[in-house]
Design a protein around this ligand. Structure first.
Ligand code: KG4
Ligand code: ZN
Length: 332
């Protein structure tokens, strides 16, 4: 039994996992209402809120699972990447609990956590696989040829995809977080209404870029103000369709180039139904396997951290009590 703790950004989360894949409890306390007035995460407010609720969140997870500190084989905590103030709260609490309970501690990379969300499902991916990790802070393709080893294949050169959803939502006055509200608004819009540009990476690298489409949306909004509800829906739908196309196209190309036939789609943006469906269609045409965690495990949670922690624990990894948050921690 492993306790997972996640506080890298604006969700305070704790989960208890049994045998590496059985989620006994998963508690996620969202801070959306705190950050919504600012249209994005305010780091200082995020860390303060983590401090206030991390202990109740952990208590609730242990209570839901019906276990106590003494039942835990290990404590896994997100060590990075993320906001330093936020990460420090989780790391401090995890270290304290590990010390008091004499339980081994494991530092987990948040991005590996997102990938391990796919291992909470049955079937889980075999190796090798290509993972598109697409969240508010990251957009990258990794190939995992063997367990616990990753190679970066491509990444965003500017904004993360989730960041683009959040910024476009802000431009359209739709609120925060942008992903879910863009998805909702797009339902009544025409995805072909506005031909937003697809980013071209001229050196041929399998990288992403989302700043161009964000600027295009911004210009389009300025030129057409005031926007009717129908125009807002069309912009949301057209933006979403273009972002999805860019993500899927690069992923398919990378998989073809690598000869990999298994794809993991994960991270907050992977909760998006249009993206899930588009990747599934492309993969089905080629006979590839696709692994997409359920939406609640795509966005930040601690079950995925416990899952990655379990794998690292099995591999013999332990963190010392002097471990520290690493805001720019790399996966590959
Ligand atoms: O993985 P996550 O919860 O946190 C980070 O590690 O960043 O991802 C949050 C991001 C936000 O940018 C949010 O707008 C986006 O994921 N997101 C979505 C959807 N749900 C969340 N983007 C598109 N469609 C969604 N349904
Ligand atoms: Zn995340």
């Amino acid at each position: 039994m492993i306790l997972g703790i996640e506080t890298s950004c604006d969700e305070t989360a704790a989960a208890v996992l049994a045998d590496g894949a059985k989620v006994l409890a998963s508690v996620v306390a969202s801070q959306d209402t705190i950050h919504a007035p600012y249209g994005g995460v305010v780091p200082e407010l995020a860390s303060r809120r983590h401090v206030e609720i991390i202990v109740p969140v952990i208590r609730k997870a242990l209570g839901d699972a019906g276990v106590s500190l003494a039942d835990l084989k290990a404590i896994a905590v997100t060590q990075g990447p993320g906001l330093v103030g936020s990460l420090l709260v989780g790391c401090s609490v995890a270290k304290s609990l590990a010390y008091v309970g004499r339980v081994p501690l494991i530092g987990v990379n948040h991005l590996e956590g997102h990938i391990f969300a796919a291992f909470l499902q049955d079937p889980s991916p075999a190796y090798p696989f290509l993972a598109l990790v697409v969240s508010g802070g990251h957009t990258a393709l990794y190939v995992a040829r063997e367990p616990l080893r990753y190679e970066v294949i491509g990444q965003t050169r500017d904004d993360a995809a989730g960041e683009a959803f959040d910024k476009v939502a802000k431009l359209l006055g739709l609120g925060y977080p942008g992903g879910p509200v863009i998805e909702q608004t797009a339902k009544s819009g025409d995805p072909k209404a506005i031909p937003f540009p697809m980013a071209q990476i001229t050196d041929g690298a399998p990288d992403f870029s989302f700043s161009g489409i964000k600027t295009a949306v911004s210009l389009h909004v300025k030129r057409n103000r005031p926007l009717s509800a129908g125009q807002v829906a069309d912009i949301a739908a057209s933006f979403q369709a273009t972002a999805v196309k860019m993500l899927v196209r690069k992923t398919v190309r990378a998989a073809l180039a690598l000869g990999v036939r298994r794809i993991v789609l994960t991270g907050g943006v992977a909760a998006n139904k249009a993206l899930r469906a588009a990747l599934q269609v492309e993969a089905a045409e080629r006979g590839w396997e696709v692994f997409i965690p359920p939406p609640a495990l795509c966005t930040d949670n601690a079950a995925m951290i416990a899952a990655a922690g379990h794998a690292r624990f099995q591999a013999g990894e332990r963190a010392s009590l002097s471990m520290n948050a690493i805001p720019d921690m790399k996966l590959a």
